[in-house]
Design a protein around this ligand. Structure first.
Ligand code: NAP
Ligand code: ZN
Ligand code: ZN
Length: 352
């Protein structure tokens, strides 16, 4: 075992602060990554504050990790020391269930499901897993991603969660040229959804509660922007969407968006609010055979596909770089929807 410097929350109502953790020594299949940058996902905040229940303290959040390979195990074939590498939301899974065999490790059917990058039982070293608000991490190479060399590294970090969480449903629901696609919420996930859906050729409409984000949304690739509180603007889009991706991190009325779907259209939820949404109207769904769905991150192969897609299309996240000790302020700003459009921690600023 070796020591890594990290930032952890020690309780739901405590700010994050410096905390030393132990990482396992590099095993035959392991890659040790010196972390250079880590994105700040709203899930980190939900987990640090135990908004979903089940948080084990101290918790070291962070699952948008990029860095440089510092050591590899004897059987590692995909990575070499010095190469760039990324780690997203998972670091292991059972590998033998149907989901894992299909490359859908995020839907692993084993009783313990997949091993999340933080706050999951750690099968290899006991205790719980610790995430990317840390100077280093050791991960089995099967769960490590190759990072495109042509993109700005810090701006690649958010692709590891915000990128794949939006790419996967856009692919699964076959978004393509000519489709009218709505993205709800312009935060970390939403701004990646706008960029990726536009790159797939869709006509992208961004729904926001923040009038100040209209120009940014257009710059990021939205063809139209709708202020979701403006009922007239909403009504103008009734029955017209093939697909809507809802990234909102708070409980809200889903019916106002369901009513915008065409017959057979789908709205997929990826936001996971602390409190449930009001139950959607059944009438609204049956009369146009509309679907309400959900989607969880993406598998390892699809995450690599997404990174390669972003490399090809020159897509990265719009980031605001912060120091490690600014993370608590970043959480407060995230709660006010004041994120443009992902905070990324410069790990060189970690207190050592
Ligand atoms: P974020 O950066 O905070 O963005 C969320 C956006 O939602 C805000 O910027 C805001 O956009 C909008 N919003 C916030 N409060 C709202 C409200 N009360 N009503 C309407 N809109 C509101 O968060 P994120 O990192 O993108 O994460 C979004 C959610 O996805 C979180 O719940 C997170 O846990 C979840 N998540 C899920 C997965 C998955 O696999 N399913 C993966 C990652 C994250 P506007 O200002 O434009 O309205
Ligand atoms: Zn995330
Ligand atoms: Zn499995």
């Amino acid at each position: 075992m070796f020591e890594a410097y990290s930032y952890a929350a020690s309780a739901a109502d405590k700010p994050l602060g410096p905390h030393e953790i132990q990482r396992r020594d590099v095993g035959p299949n392991d890659v040790r990554i010196d972390i250079l940058f880590c994105g700040v996902c709203h899930s980190d905040l939900h987990m640090a504050r135990n908004e979903w229940g089940g948080t084990n303290y101290p918790v070291v959040p962070g699952h948008e990790i990029v860095g440089r390979v510092a050591a590899v195990g004897s059987d590692v074939s995909k990575f070499e020391v010095g190469q760039l590498a990324g780690v997203g939301c998972m670091v292991d899974s059972c590998r033998v269930c149907n989901a894992c065999k299909e490359g859908l490790e995020q839907y692993c059917e084993s009783p313990e499901s997949f091993t999340q990058t933080y706050n999951s039982p750690d099968k290899k070293s006991g205790g719980v897993t610790f995430g990317g608000y840390s100077t280093s991490i050791v991960v089995d190479e099967a769960y490590v991603l190759s990072v495109p060399e042509n993109l700005e590294l810090a701006a690649v970090a958010p692709l590891l969660c915000a990128g794949i969480t939006t790419y996967s449903p856009l692919r699964h629901w076959n978004v393509q040229q000519g489709h009218k696609v709505g993205i709800v919420g312009l935060g970390g996930l939403g701004h990646m959804g706008v960029k990726i859906a536009a790159a797939m050729g869709a006509h992208v409409v961004l729904f926001t509660t923040s009038p100040g984000k209209i120009e940014d949304a257009k710059r990021l690739g939205a063809h139209e922007v709708v202020i979701s509180k403006d009922l007239d603007q909403m009504a103008a889009h009734a029955n017209s969407f093939d697909f809507i991706l809802n990234t909102v991190a708070a409980s809200h009325d889903l019916d106002q968006f369901m009513a915008l779907l065409k017959r057979d259209g789908t709205m997929t939820l990826v936001g996971v609010p602390e409190h449930p949404h009001p139950s959607p109207s059944v009438m609204n769904m049956i009369f146009k055979r509309r679907s309400l769905a959900g989607s969880l991150i993406g598998g390892i192969a699809e995450t690599q596909e997404m990174l390669d897609f972003c490399g090809k299309h020159g897509i990265t996240s719009d980031i605001e770089m912060i120091r490690m000790d600014e993370v608590n302020q970043a959480y407060e700003r995230m709660l006010k929807s004041d994120v443009k459009y992902r905070f990324v921690i410069d790990m060189a600023t970690m207190e050592r």
